[in-house]
Write a protein that binds this ligand. Sequence first.
Ligand SMILES: NC(=O)c1ccc[n+]([C@@H]2O[C@H](COP(=O)([O-])OP(=O)(O)OC[C@H]3O[C@@H](n4cnc5c(N)ncnc54)[C@H](O)[C@@H]3O)[C@@H](O)[C@H]2O)c1
Length: 332
Amino acid sequence: MINVAVIGLGYWGPNLVRNFEAVDNAKVIYACDLLEENLMKIKKRYPNIKVTKDYKEILKDDKVDLICIATPPATHYKIAKECLESGKNVLIEKPMTTKVKDAEELIEIAKELNLYIFVDHTFVFSPPVRKIKEIINEIGKPLYFDSERINLGLLQKDVNVIWDLAPHDFSILTFLFNFKPKSLIAIGSKHKHPYYEDLAHIMIRYDNGFIAHIHVSWLSPVKIRKIIIAGDKKMILYDDTNPFEKVKVYDKGVEVDLSKESPFFPTYRSGDIYVPKIENKEPLRIEVEHIVDCLINKKKPLVDGYEGLKVVKLLEACDKSLREGKEVEIEW
Ligand SMILES: NC(=O)c1ccc[n+]([C@@H]2O[C@H](COP(=O)([O-])OP(=O)(O)OC[C@H]3O[C@@H](n4cnc5c(N)ncnc54)[C@H](O)[C@@H]3O)[C@@H](O)[C@H]2O)c1
């Protein structure tokens, strides 16, 4: 039995409590938050879970195997470091840390102490993304990834819209493609937020010519979660707000054969469209089952500290680009 503690019971933490309580071979024994009202909500629903305002109490308890850190991003490094140094495995919410060097340090500590770092890149466990990974070779040579992740709010207190929303796209990109990002440019605006960008466009160049564009915004009148992944053979549309047809595969493309035609004369291919069958299961449930399996059977996690670090590297490069107002190199 894996004994779990969850620190941070705001919006996301209760989802972790619910899922770890629901799966086999795990139970939540502590829940922690600074706010009494958040503790009371958990206590009312799960009377057997001990609640506390002080996470250090959890660190002292030998029975705890895994600590989930669902506090604001700026606190992840400090809390995760203390957890690891107390001999606890950790599940850290996205983004893993707010600095590359902090993520690197956590990886080193975990390695030395032989502990697991899991990072909650929930989309990696979502059935549509897993289906796309399964069929990705059908698209032929990957050409581009174009994502729109926009809605009205929720403006965050301590991070910009890139740190809030783009980790999802970055984790999907690194899960689907093992390409090396070369440089990126981020353009953003602070239209409503007094301190942080509330709208941004990010363009990433990869060393093989692949290009990714990500539009994130807290200022959109409608919620859109659409990604197009195009290859030279087929193209995939992933619409996460569509309840029934989240993934569609289009047999569409453009051929340009300069040897045959002069001047330039492209031909367009428009074939079948199909909708793959996708399992209907909560991504976080799949993820939590995977984490428990890794801990019990000593398996390698799908999203470990190194995967978390990749996302933080892209986020840090976005900050640099916003600051300098130009395209910046990515250290990979
Ligand atoms: N994986 C996902 O899909 C997903 C979705 C939403 C949020 N998140 C991530 O989860 C984390 C939390 O986000 P949220 O939206 O739930 O934020 P939130 O502000 O709603 O909740 C954070 C909670 O942490 C508590 N907290 C802060 N410092 C603490 C401390 N030292 N000890 C105990 N509790 C403390 C706060 O009181 C608050 O209740 C963020 O990293 C966010 O990016 C992930």
